[in-house]
Design a protein around this ligand. Structure first.
Ligand SMILES: Nc1ncnc2c1ncn2[C@@H]1O[C@H](COP(=O)(O)OP(=O)(O)OP(=O)(O)O)[C@@H](O)[C@H]1O
Ligand SMILES: [Mg+2]
Length: 304
Protein backbone atom coordinates (compact mmCIF):
# COMPACT_ATOMS: atom_id res chain seq x y z
CA UNK A 1 0.00 0.00 0.00
CA UNK A 2 1.42 3.45 -0.97
CA UNK A 3 2.03 5.97 1.83
CA UNK A 4 0.89 9.61 1.57
CA UNK A 5 3.80 11.91 2.45
CA UNK A 6 2.70 15.24 3.90
CA UNK A 7 5.07 18.22 3.45
CA UNK A 8 3.43 19.95 6.35
CA UNK A 9 4.93 19.43 9.81
CA UNK A 10 2.63 17.32 11.80
CA UNK A 11 1.33 17.80 15.26
CA UNK A 12 2.67 15.57 18.01
CA UNK A 13 -0.53 13.64 17.71
CA UNK A 14 0.47 12.83 14.10
CA UNK A 15 -2.40 14.85 12.73
CA UNK A 16 -1.97 17.65 10.14
CA UNK A 17 -1.05 21.05 11.71
CA UNK A 18 -3.93 23.35 12.36
CA UNK A 19 -4.31 26.65 10.51
CA UNK A 20 -3.03 28.41 13.62
CA UNK A 21 0.11 26.32 13.75
CA UNK A 22 0.79 26.84 10.05
CA UNK A 23 0.36 30.59 10.49
CA UNK A 24 2.62 30.47 13.52
CA UNK A 25 5.34 28.77 11.56
CA UNK A 26 5.01 31.22 8.68
CA UNK A 27 5.35 34.15 11.08
CA UNK A 28 8.42 32.58 12.71
CA UNK A 29 10.08 32.23 9.33
CA UNK A 30 9.14 35.80 8.38
CA UNK A 31 10.54 36.98 11.70
CA UNK A 32 13.85 35.25 11.09
CA UNK A 33 14.03 36.72 7.59
CA UNK A 34 13.41 40.24 8.94
CA UNK A 35 16.01 39.78 11.69
CA UNK A 36 18.59 38.77 9.05
CA UNK A 37 17.66 41.77 6.89
CA UNK A 38 17.94 44.10 9.91
CA UNK A 39 21.38 42.75 10.78
CA UNK A 40 22.49 43.31 7.21
CA UNK A 41 21.14 46.87 7.29
CA UNK A 42 22.88 47.64 10.57
CA UNK A 43 26.17 46.40 9.08
CA UNK A 44 25.64 48.60 6.02
CA UNK A 45 24.72 51.67 8.12
CA UNK A 46 27.74 51.39 10.35
CA UNK A 47 30.03 51.03 7.34
CA UNK A 48 28.31 54.06 5.74
CA UNK A 49 28.77 56.08 8.95
CA UNK A 50 32.46 55.15 9.04
CA UNK A 51 32.84 56.32 5.43
CA UNK A 52 30.93 59.51 6.18
CA UNK A 53 33.17 60.25 9.17
CA UNK A 54 36.20 59.73 6.92
CA UNK A 55 34.82 62.06 4.26
CA UNK A 56 34.05 64.65 6.93
CA UNK A 57 37.56 64.54 8.24
CA UNK A 58 38.87 64.95 4.71
CA UNK A 59 36.55 67.91 4.16
CA UNK A 60 37.66 69.56 7.40
CA UNK A 61 41.26 69.18 6.35
CA UNK A 62 40.48 70.46 2.87
CA UNK A 63 38.66 73.51 4.29
CA UNK A 64 41.61 74.22 6.55
CA UNK A 65 44.15 73.96 3.74
CA UNK A 66 42.08 76.03 1.34
CA UNK A 67 41.46 78.79 3.87
CA UNK A 68 45.08 78.81 5.01
CA UNK A 69 46.56 78.74 1.50
CA UNK A 70 44.19 81.34 0.11
CA UNK A 71 44.58 83.69 3.02
CA UNK A 72 48.38 83.62 3.03
CA UNK A 73 48.80 85.48 -0.32
CA UNK A 74 46.02 87.86 0.70
CA UNK A 75 47.96 88.80 3.80
CA UNK A 76 50.97 89.39 1.54
CA UNK A 77 48.98 91.72 -0.71
CA UNK A 78 47.64 93.66 2.28
CA UNK A 79 51.16 94.14 3.63
CA UNK A 80 52.51 95.20 0.23
CA UNK A 81 49.74 97.78 -0.13
CA UNK A 82 50.50 99.11 3.36
CA UNK A 83 54.23 99.37 2.57
CA UNK A 84 53.46 101.13 -0.70
CA UNK A 85 51.44 103.74 1.19
CA UNK A 86 54.07 104.11 3.89
CA UNK A 87 57.13 104.30 1.61
CA UNK A 88 55.68 106.21 -1.32
CA UNK A 89 52.73 107.90 0.35
CA UNK A 90 53.98 111.41 -0.41
CA UNK A 91 54.79 110.62 -4.01
CA UNK A 92 51.45 108.96 -4.76
CA UNK A 93 48.75 111.10 -6.27
CA UNK A 94 45.12 110.94 -5.06
CA UNK A 95 44.20 108.58 -7.89
CA UNK A 96 46.91 106.08 -6.96
CA UNK A 97 45.87 106.27 -3.31
CA UNK A 98 42.28 105.63 -4.28
CA UNK A 99 43.33 102.60 -6.29
CA UNK A 100 45.33 101.21 -3.42
CA UNK A 101 42.32 101.70 -1.13
CA UNK A 102 40.21 99.84 -3.70
CA UNK A 103 42.73 97.03 -3.79
CA UNK A 104 42.62 96.78 0.00
CA UNK A 105 38.83 96.63 0.00
CA UNK A 106 38.90 93.84 -2.63
CA UNK A 107 41.37 91.90 -0.53
CA UNK A 108 39.08 92.39 2.44
CA UNK A 109 36.15 91.05 0.43
CA UNK A 110 38.19 88.00 -0.58
CA UNK A 111 38.91 87.44 3.12
CA UNK A 112 35.19 87.64 3.91
CA UNK A 113 34.40 85.27 1.05
CA UNK A 114 36.85 82.67 2.33
CA UNK A 115 35.44 83.01 5.85
CA UNK A 116 31.89 82.81 4.52
CA UNK A 117 32.55 79.68 2.46
CA UNK A 118 34.27 78.13 5.45
CA UNK A 119 31.34 78.92 7.73
CA UNK A 120 28.93 77.56 5.14
CA UNK A 121 30.90 74.32 4.81
CA UNK A 122 30.94 73.84 8.58
CA UNK A 123 27.16 73.80 9.06
CA UNK A 124 26.07 70.25 9.86
CA UNK A 125 29.64 69.00 9.61
CA UNK A 126 31.28 70.53 12.65
CA UNK A 127 28.94 69.76 15.52
CA UNK A 128 28.62 71.75 18.67
CA UNK A 129 26.82 70.82 21.87
CA UNK A 130 23.05 71.06 21.65
CA UNK A 131 22.12 73.44 24.44
CA UNK A 132 19.01 75.22 25.66
CA UNK A 133 19.30 78.76 24.35
CA UNK A 134 17.18 81.39 26.08
CA UNK A 135 16.63 83.88 23.26
CA UNK A 136 15.63 86.68 25.66
CA UNK A 137 19.08 86.44 27.19
CA UNK A 138 20.89 85.95 23.88
CA UNK A 139 19.25 88.76 21.92
CA UNK A 140 21.11 91.70 23.57
CA UNK A 141 24.45 90.07 22.69
CA UNK A 142 23.34 89.60 19.10
CA UNK A 143 22.13 93.20 18.88
CA UNK A 144 25.50 94.37 20.22
CA UNK A 145 27.32 92.59 17.41
CA UNK A 146 24.91 93.95 14.79
CA UNK A 147 25.47 97.47 16.23
CA UNK A 148 22.70 99.38 14.44
CA UNK A 149 23.43 103.05 13.73
CA UNK A 150 21.46 105.72 15.62
CA UNK A 151 18.75 106.13 12.95
CA UNK A 152 17.78 102.44 13.11
CA UNK A 153 15.70 101.08 16.01
CA UNK A 154 15.50 97.36 16.67
CA UNK A 155 12.65 96.11 18.86
CA UNK A 156 12.19 92.56 20.11
CA UNK A 157 9.10 90.68 21.33
CA UNK A 158 9.29 90.46 25.13
CA UNK A 159 8.69 86.72 25.50
CA UNK A 160 10.94 84.88 23.11
CA UNK A 161 11.17 81.13 23.70
CA UNK A 162 14.06 78.99 24.82
CA UNK A 163 15.10 76.71 21.97
CA UNK A 164 17.51 73.81 21.83
CA UNK A 165 20.28 73.81 19.29
CA UNK A 166 23.88 74.69 18.60
CA UNK A 167 24.33 78.18 20.04
CA UNK A 168 26.69 79.44 17.32
CA UNK A 169 24.28 78.41 14.57
CA UNK A 170 21.33 80.10 16.28
CA UNK A 171 23.38 83.28 16.65
CA UNK A 172 24.37 83.10 12.97
CA UNK A 173 20.74 82.93 11.85
CA UNK A 174 19.65 86.04 13.79
CA UNK A 175 22.88 87.90 13.09
CA UNK A 176 22.59 87.46 9.34
CA UNK A 177 18.93 88.45 9.16
CA UNK A 178 19.42 91.46 11.42
CA UNK A 179 22.63 92.64 9.77
CA UNK A 180 20.88 92.47 6.38
CA UNK A 181 17.97 94.53 7.70
CA UNK A 182 20.47 97.12 8.97
CA UNK A 183 22.79 97.02 5.94
CA UNK A 184 20.07 97.51 3.33
CA UNK A 185 18.00 100.05 5.32
CA UNK A 186 17.19 103.00 3.09
CA UNK A 187 14.77 104.96 5.31
CA UNK A 188 15.79 107.93 7.47
CA UNK A 189 14.12 106.17 10.43
CA UNK A 190 14.73 102.47 10.23
CA UNK A 191 12.41 100.12 12.14
CA UNK A 192 13.36 96.49 12.61
CA UNK A 193 11.39 94.05 14.69
CA UNK A 194 12.12 90.52 15.89
CA UNK A 195 9.06 88.48 16.78
CA UNK A 196 7.96 84.92 17.38
CA UNK A 197 4.70 82.95 17.51
CA UNK A 198 4.01 79.33 18.37
CA UNK A 199 2.73 77.29 15.45
CA UNK A 200 1.89 73.56 15.82
CA UNK A 201 5.25 71.87 16.54
CA UNK A 202 7.31 74.87 15.51
CA UNK A 203 8.21 78.37 16.59
CA UNK A 204 7.77 80.82 13.72
CA UNK A 205 10.27 83.66 14.03
CA UNK A 206 10.26 86.82 11.97
CA UNK A 207 12.66 89.66 11.34
CA UNK A 208 10.75 92.53 9.80
CA UNK A 209 12.13 95.81 8.47
CA UNK A 210 10.84 98.92 6.73
CA UNK A 211 13.76 98.93 4.28
CA UNK A 212 13.78 98.87 0.46
CA UNK A 213 11.87 95.61 0.08
CA UNK A 214 12.57 92.86 -2.45
CA UNK A 215 10.85 92.17 -5.74
CA UNK A 216 8.91 88.88 -5.61
CA UNK A 217 10.88 87.54 -8.57
CA UNK A 218 13.98 87.42 -6.33
CA UNK A 219 12.35 85.67 -3.35
CA UNK A 220 13.98 82.32 -4.18
CA UNK A 221 17.22 83.56 -5.63
CA UNK A 222 18.41 85.51 -2.60
CA UNK A 223 18.70 82.29 -0.59
CA UNK A 224 21.18 80.85 -3.08
CA UNK A 225 24.86 81.18 -2.32
CA UNK A 226 26.76 84.17 -3.82
CA UNK A 227 23.54 85.88 -4.95
CA UNK A 228 23.27 89.60 -4.26
CA UNK A 229 20.77 92.01 -5.77
CA UNK A 230 22.73 95.25 -5.45
CA UNK A 231 26.20 95.61 -7.01
CA UNK A 232 28.76 94.27 -4.54
CA UNK A 233 30.55 97.61 -4.40
CA UNK A 234 27.45 99.39 -3.16
CA UNK A 235 27.26 97.30 0.01
CA UNK A 236 30.02 95.10 1.36
CA UNK A 237 28.50 91.78 0.26
CA UNK A 238 29.50 88.22 -0.37
CA UNK A 239 26.01 86.82 -0.91
CA UNK A 240 26.55 84.01 1.59
CA UNK A 241 24.45 85.23 4.56
CA UNK A 242 21.00 84.02 3.53
CA UNK A 243 22.35 80.76 2.06
CA UNK A 244 23.91 80.11 5.46
CA UNK A 245 20.64 80.92 7.24
CA UNK A 246 18.76 78.52 4.95
CA UNK A 247 21.28 75.73 5.46
CA UNK A 248 21.12 76.06 9.25
CA UNK A 249 17.33 76.35 9.45
CA UNK A 250 16.78 73.36 7.15
CA UNK A 251 19.30 71.30 9.08
CA UNK A 252 17.02 71.70 12.11
CA UNK A 253 14.01 70.71 10.07
CA UNK A 254 12.63 74.23 9.66
CA UNK A 255 12.15 76.45 6.63
CA UNK A 256 12.90 80.04 5.77
CA UNK A 257 11.16 82.43 3.41
CA UNK A 258 10.59 86.11 2.76
CA UNK A 259 7.51 88.25 2.25
CA UNK A 260 8.08 91.70 0.92
CA UNK A 261 6.79 94.65 -0.99
CA UNK A 262 9.19 96.89 -2.88
CA UNK A 263 9.56 100.24 -1.13
CA UNK A 264 7.77 99.10 2.03
CA UNK A 265 10.08 96.59 3.64
CA UNK A 266 10.69 92.87 4.05
CA UNK A 267 9.84 90.24 6.59
CA UNK A 268 12.02 87.17 6.80
CA UNK A 269 10.35 84.18 8.47
CA UNK A 270 11.90 80.98 9.69
CA UNK A 271 10.59 78.05 11.67
CA UNK A 272 12.41 76.09 14.35
CA UNK A 273 11.18 72.92 16.07
CA UNK A 274 9.73 73.41 19.54
CA UNK A 275 10.69 69.94 20.65
CA UNK A 276 13.66 70.53 22.90
CA UNK A 277 15.32 67.18 22.46
CA UNK A 278 18.83 66.39 21.49
CA UNK A 279 17.63 64.06 18.76
CA UNK A 280 16.61 66.77 16.30
CA UNK A 281 16.76 66.20 12.54
CA UNK A 282 20.06 68.07 12.71
CA UNK A 283 21.54 65.19 14.64
CA UNK A 284 19.82 62.45 12.71
CA UNK A 285 20.92 63.93 9.40
CA UNK A 286 24.58 63.38 10.08
CA UNK A 287 24.85 60.49 12.48
CA UNK A 288 23.32 58.66 15.37
CA UNK A 289 23.17 60.32 18.75
CA UNK A 290 24.77 63.78 18.87
CA UNK A 291 27.30 62.82 21.51
CA UNK A 292 28.85 60.23 19.21
CA UNK A 293 28.91 62.63 16.31
CA UNK A 294 30.84 65.18 18.29
CA UNK A 295 33.40 62.72 19.44
CA UNK A 296 33.93 61.21 16.02
CA UNK A 297 33.95 64.41 14.01
CA UNK A 298 36.02 66.77 16.04
CA UNK A 299 37.78 69.10 13.68
CA UNK A 300 41.36 67.86 13.43
CA UNK A 301 42.88 71.25 12.59
CA UNK A 302 41.56 74.69 13.31
CA UNK A 303 41.33 76.92 10.26
CA UNK A 304 43.03 80.28 10.59
N1 LIG B 1 16.36 92.91 4.64
C1 LIG B 1 16.64 93.03 3.35
N2 LIG B 1 16.14 94.05 2.61
C2 LIG B 1 16.41 94.17 1.31
N3 LIG B 1 17.17 93.30 0.60
C3 LIG B 1 17.71 92.26 1.27
C4 LIG B 1 17.47 92.06 2.66
N4 LIG B 1 18.10 90.95 3.03
C5 LIG B 1 18.71 90.48 1.95
N5 LIG B 1 18.49 91.25 0.87
C6 LIG B 1 18.97 91.01 -0.51
O1 LIG B 1 19.33 89.65 -0.62
C7 LIG B 1 20.69 89.53 -1.03
C8 LIG B 1 21.30 88.29 -0.41
O2 LIG B 1 21.46 88.47 0.99
P1 LIG B 1 22.69 87.77 1.71
O3 LIG B 1 22.59 88.05 3.15
O4 LIG B 1 22.73 86.36 1.26
O5 LIG B 1 23.96 88.46 1.06
P2 LIG B 1 24.64 89.84 1.41
O6 LIG B 1 24.05 90.46 2.63
O7 LIG B 1 24.61 90.63 0.16
O8 LIG B 1 26.13 89.40 1.70
P3 LIG B 1 26.67 88.76 3.06
O9 LIG B 1 25.51 88.43 3.91
O10 LIG B 1 27.38 87.53 2.59
O11 LIG B 1 27.56 89.77 3.63
C9 LIG B 1 21.35 90.82 -0.59
O12 LIG B 1 22.48 91.12 -1.37
C10 LIG B 1 20.21 91.83 -0.81
O13 LIG B 1 20.16 92.23 -2.16
MG1 LIG C 1 23.81 89.30 4.36
Amino acid sequence: MSETISLMPTCPSGQEPSVLERENQRLRQENERLARALEEQARESSSLLRRLAGINEELSHFAYVVSHDLKAPLRGITLLAEWLCEDYGEKLGPEAKEQIALLQSRVNRMHNLIDGVLQYSRVGRIREDMVAVNLNELMPTILDTVAPPAHIRITVDPDLPTITGEKTRIIQVFQNLLSNAVKFMDKPRGEIHVGCVAEAEYWRFRVADNGPGIDAKHFERIFRIFQTLAPRDEYESTGIGLALVKKIVELYGGRVWVESEVGKGSTFFFTFPQKSEVDTPACRAVSGPCGQAQAAWKEPLRPL
